[in-house]
Design a protein around this ligand. Structure first.
Ligand SMILES: [Zn+2]
Length: 96
């Protein structure tokens, strides 16, 4: 069996291990609801992907939670319209 000739120092070991760590996830803002989400994935908050509804987020909630969520979403939409900002269409997104 091959045996190492010399012991590696703590410094050398630590230098090798300095890249073994957790990195902060790269998040993007959801164009529909504005919450931070993973890129190229369906938004878990509103269930939209590429301005299409993919998941019905209200389906699994009970009555009380659903009402709260609906209220939250309509408030967000009104806020966006008041500021003159509507969710970007596919053409607008591709232009940028
Ligand atoms: Zn969203």
């Amino acid at each position: 069996m091959a045996v190492p000739k010399q012991k590696h120092t703590k410094s050398r070991r630590n230098k090798r291990r300095m890249h073994i760590r957790l990195k902060a996830q790269a998040l993007v803002k959801c164009p529909k609801c504005g919450k931070p989400t993973l890129p190229h994935t369906v938004c878990p908050n509103c269930g939209y992907y590429k301005s299409m509804e993919v998941i019905d987020v209200l389906k699994k909630l009970n009555k009380k939670e659903r009402k709260k969520k609906e209220k939250e979403m309509t408030a967000k939409e009104k806020e966006g319209k008041a500021a003159g900002k509507e969710p970007l269409s596919m053409e607008e997104m591709s232009r940028k």
